[in-house]
Unconditional design. Structure first.
Length: 250
């Protein structure tokens, strides 16, 4: 998927499912690009370097992620060392940041929320000085729990309180028959949609508050991709529900 006008301006996204030995070639063009290895292992050659054996986990529920960051105007070639699933995330380049491997260790995981809103988080590219547009994080929601909770939004340029960012959720389920519910809504009710999401689904959040709930007995993974007119990450919570997090440790 690519930006398509006023309602979706910044994020491009695609997922590759590659057989062992398969190749994929492309260029970053005017975007910065992050290549997240969701499962399996890849090699990549680019205009600014080469990396081998990126990714070690058999599925997105089994350990920390690995990713490769590329600036604009780069050619690159991916080779699957094993069967692999790869997410290619792009957004307009601003400034120039070095091509690099982002390999998290097991200690990088942290728990967010409390009680029935506890979830595991891996921040891949979330600091403001790491890229020109992109923010990336992975979340694993425990069976029957809620995440992206309490409902929050980031659709208004109102520093330092809130920043304007589109957001994309890419879902995987364990077992694969699992499902979750995602609600996206605005305070004035002009947008209020609740959808059932399944394995491999993508949900776009161009604006509004958003929240996710996992079905009982099913683990829910999602990759979040965010980008907007500025590389600033600030969010506000729905005032009706903000009280829920008052006693949380995160």
């Amino acid at each position: 998927m690519e930006p398509s006008g006023d309602r979706w301006k910044y994020i491009s996204f695609r997922v590759l499912r590659m057989a062992e030995g398969e190749f994929y070639e492309n260029e970053t063009g005017g975007n910065e690009v992050a290549i997240v290895v969701i499962s399996g292992s890849i090699d990549m050659n680019s205009s600014e370097g080469a990396w081998e054996g990126v990714g070690t986990r058999p599925d997105p529920f089994s350990g920390p992620p690995a990713a490769l960051y590329l600036p604009a105007s780069q050619n690159y070639r991916i080779r699957a060392r094993t069967e692999a699933e790869v997410a290619i995330c792009g957004a307009p380049a601003r400034g120039r940041y070095p091509a690099r491997l982002i390999a998290l260790d097991v200690d990088s995981e942290h728990i967010r929320g409390d009680g029935q809103a506890r979830r595991r988080v891996w921040n891949i590219l979330m600091d403001e000085g790491e890229a020109g547009s992109l923010f990336l994080t992975e979340v694993i929601t425990f069976p029957g729990n809620w995440s992206s909770y309490p409902p929050h939004k980031h659709d208004t340029d109102d520093p330092p309180r809130e920043s304007q960012l589109e957001e994309l959720y890419y879902y995987r389920m364990r077992p694969a028959a699992g499902f979750a519910f995602q609600r996206v809504y605005t305070a004035d009710g002009s947008l209020d949609e609740t959808v059932t999401v399944h394995d491999n689904d993508v949900v776009l959040v161009p604006r509004g508050y958003h929240v996710c709930a996992a079905a009982v007995e099913y683990w829910v993974y999602y990759l979040n991709v965010l980008a907007g007119p500025k590389h600033v990450y600030r969010m506000t919570f729905d005032p009706a529900h903000e009280w829920i997090k008052k006693n949380w440790s995160w």
